[in-house]
Each structure stands twice: as structure tokens, then as C-alpha cells.
Design a protein around this ligand. Structure first.
Ligand code: GLU
Length: 425
């Protein structure tokens, strides 16, 4: 993502773990949960670090570092994506794992939270190298993952094919086909229809509900979306279909803007043509920073974390922000937006469609019975609306921000489960 050189600004460098802990402690002041439970939730159960040796295509052996952070499993097996990105660290995985715990609780799914990945630049890997790296990673994580233990899924730099390799490697080692060890697989080997589009679909559903709540009908609403990958492109195309005016989208190279509205089907998504957005010439070019500051009804940051910070939050002109990426807003960015009265609908609700359809996939794998795409989308819609209403009730009752209210819903469920099960021994 192109951005200003902001390395001196602490808030921009805030790690996912710092953001997640700050959000937890802030939300804890609004819920009646034992302090010990909050203390426990500030820490992961474990963070596994592994070395992943890879034989490169030229014969050299290179060793990469991989992680799996398991935050909490009081409500069910650990759940969350695997990320291949040069910035992957133990702290980042831990913060992202915490967000998965809240995300699953907000959606009332019987899962806890985890996240993992490998510090590697996927652009440097051939397809064969990526396959070997993934298979070896599956071997290194074999003891800590499993359908009843911890269920990975795609995230940045990984996709359905990566999950297929991971599942195959695990199944071979395990001696039996085990589709439920990961979700986000291709449908032909136990993946769910609608899983790939699900995070974008939930972002679109939440944007639609937010538009209604704030009395700005989606029909004709102007929307800018940062990122045109799985989340951004699917959200853009659905919102476009539902009558919204998508005026700007971007990828890592920059964005395009047309106040009259873009043809979202004509712009290639990252999957269709990587980094192809700015090659679509029928619009004005904007930088990623400029896109965030456009005067639109709804802004959807759906690329990477830490893009709305103390540096730019004062300049944001959108009326509503819906977080498509995980952690796009830093703590200080959030405070500025709150003071300015700009509502931020948080990631752990907005993009939770991904893990919700992962849950549907896991059920299908266990039952060896496929659901139709219509059923998946219908159940996702219902799940999103239920979560939206649960949070809306807290916003209205306690006058909290949407993020705090979302945490309240999650923390109540987790706290109750922890207090009921008790601490062992
Ligand atoms: N990586 C996705 C997320 O951040 C999906 C996780 C999952 O499906 O387990 O929500």
C-alpha cells in the first residue's frame, strides 16, 4: 500500500496486539465481567513458532519463520486465518487472533480465536515453492491444528488453493481425509459455496444496514473502497448491484475516482488481474491516501491495517466508515473520528461473514453434506442481521461507539462462558 513516510509517528506503527489490547481494556469498562477474565483475555493461550525450510526452485534451501497464535477457546476450537506476508510476527498474529475471538463471539459461532502465518513475500515464490512451503508448514503445525482443535482459513497472501494443499498435507500425515482441518477450500474438496465472497458480502450487508440506520438510503449513496481484493471487490460489486454509487476503488499501486460512479464489473479484481485497478483508464487517478480523504457517504478501508491514523483522521470527510480490512484504524485515529462524530462500524462485525461461512463449511465437512449457495447466502444474511441488531441494541441503550458496543456483545458472551466453566484447576 502506498502511503506517506510515517515511520516517526507511533500511532501508525501501533501493532495489532497493542490496538487489540487497548480496545479490550476500553470495552471492559462497559461490561460486568470479572477483572480476572479480562486479564486472561489480554494474553493468548499459546503462540507456536516454527521454522519452515523450503527448497527453492534453484536448489537452495531457505528457512522461513511461521507462527500460530491461539488466543482463546472457551467457546469452541480456535479459528482464524493463515497470512503469508513479510510483516508477519508473533505479536501481529496474537493481536489478530484476539480479534478472531471477538469476531466469533459477536457472530455467536462455537469457535475461539487464532491467527498464524509465515513471514514471507509471496511475490517472491513460484507456485511450486508456495505449495512446498504450505505443505511443510502444515507438517510443522500438525500437533496444534485439527477440526476439533484449531481450524485455519485463508487470509492475506493465502487462498483456496493454499487451503487445499494444507488440507491434503494434513490428511496424508493423519492417514485419513480430514476436510474439516481448514476452511476456505475449493468447493470440489469440501469447501463451501459462497465462502470466497463471504467477507465482501458481509461488508456490503453491514454497509447497507449502517446506511439505513443513519438515514442515508444505500440507493445513490457514494462509496469509496480502499483495496480491490477478495473483500473490496466483492463488497463493491454487491453494493453497486444494490444501487450504491461506487466512486473510488484502489489497489497497492493507487486508486481511480469518478464522482459519476465506476463500473465495478469492468475493473479487474486482484484475483482476475493482480494490481490491475490503475490500468483501468476511464477515471481520474488518486493515491491511496487521497482516496481515504474523499468526500463520500461511506468509506470502506478493505486493504491493510493501520491506514486511518492520527495523521489523517482529521481530514477524513466520509460520513460513515465500515472496516473491511482487519485493524484499519489505530487507537488514536479512532478517538479522533469519535470526537468528530464519524461512526466506525468495526472489522469484527463487518468482515465477519468470512468466518461465519467458514463455520457453515466446517458443519458441511463434518456432516459430509453440501449446502446450496442460496442456503449459504440466506443463512449468512440472517446471521449478519442478528449480530447487527444485537449491537444496535447496545449502541442505543448505552450510547457507545459501534466498536465498543460490538466488544460489549462479544465480551458478555465470552465472560459468561468463562465464569460458567470456571478456571482449572
Ligand atoms: N481470515 C479471515 C478473517 O480474518 C477468515 C477467518 C476464518 O474464516 O477462519 O476473518
Amino acid at each position: 500500500m502506498s502511503s506517506k513516510n510515517t515511520s516517526e509517528n507511533e500511532s501508525v506503527d501501533e501493532s495489532a496486539l497493542e490496538t487489540a489490547r487497548r480496545q479490550l481494556h476500553r470495552a471492559a469498562t462497559h461490561v460486568d465481567v470479572e477483572q480476572g477474565v479480562i486479564e486472561r483475555l489480554s494474553h493468548p493461550t499459546r503462540v507456536v513458532e516454527v521454522s519452515v525450510p523450503l527448497r527453492r526452485d534453484d536448489g537452495r534451501v531457505e528457512v522461513f519463520t511461521g507462527y500460530r497464535a491461539q488466543h482463546d477457546d472457551v467457546r469452541g476450537p480456535y479459528k482464524g486465518g493463515l497470512r503469508y506476508h513479510p510483516h508477519v510476527t508473533a505479536a501481529e498474529c496474537t493481536g489478530l487472533a484476539m480479534w478472531m475471538t471477538w469476531k466469533c463471539a459477536v457472530m455467536d459461532l462455537p469457535f475461539g480465536g487464532a491467527k498464524g502465518g509465515i513471514a514471507v513475500d509471496v511475490k517472491d515464490l513460484s507456485a511450486d515453492e508456495k505449495e512446498r512451503l504450505t505443505r511443510r508448514f502444515a507438517e510443522e503445525l500438525r500437533d496444534v491444528v485439527g477440526p476439533k482443535q484449531d481450524v485455519p482459513a485463508p487470509d492475506m497472501g493465502t487462498d483456496t488453493q493454499t487451503m487445499a494443499w494444507f488440507m491434503d498435507a494434513y490428511s496424508m500425515q493423519h492417514g485419513e481425509l480430514t476436510p474439516g482441518v481448514v476452511t476456505g477450500k475449493p468447493p470440489v474438496i469440501g469447501g463451501s459455496y459462497g465462502r470466497e465472497e463471504a467477507p465482501g458480502r458481509s461488508v456490503a450487508i453491514v454497509a447497507r444496514e449502517a446506511a439505513n440506520y443513519f438515514d442515508r438510503p444505500l440507493n445513490g449513496a457514494s462509496i469509496a473502497i480502499q483495496g480491490f481484493g477478495s473483500v473490496g471487490a466483492n463488497a463493491a460489486r454487491l453494493l453497486d448491484e444494490w444501487g450504491a454509487n461506487i466512486v473510488a476503488v484502489s489497489d497497492v499501486n493507487g486508486g481511480i475516482y469518478d464522482p459519476e460512479g465506476l463500473d465495478t464489473q469492468a475493473i479487474p479484481s486482484h484475483k482476475e488481474k493482480p494490481e490491475g485497478v490503475t490500468r483501468h483508464r476511464k477515471a481520474t487517478q488518486v493515491t491511496n491516501d487521497e482516496l481515504l480523504e474523499l468526500d463520500v457517504d461511506i468509506l470502506i478501508p478493505a486493504a491493510v491495517g493501520n491506514v486511518i491514523t492520527a495523521e489523517n483522521a482529521e481530514q477524513i470527510q466520509a460520513d460513515i466508515i465500515v472496516e473491511g480490512a482487519n485493524g484499519p484504524t489505530t487507537t488514536s485515529g479512532d478517538e479522533i473520528l469519535d470526537n468528530r462524530g464519524i461512526p466506525v462500524i468495526p472489522d469484527i462485525l463487518a468482515n465477519a461473514g468470512g468466518v461465519t461461512v467458514s463455520y457453515f463449511e466446517w458443519l458441511q465437512d463434518i456432516n459430509r453434506r453440501k449446502w446450496s449457495k442460496e442456503r449459504v447466502n440466506k443463512e449468512l444474511e440472517e446471521a449478519m442481521l442478528t449480530a447487527w441488531r444485537d449491537i444496535e441494541a447496545v449502541v442505543d441503550e448505552k450510547s457507545l461507539t459501534w466498536r465498543d458496543a460490538t466488544y460489549v456483545v462479544a465480551l458478555r458472551r465470552i465472560g459468561e462462558a468463562k465464569e460458567t466453566r470456571g478456571l482449572w484447576p
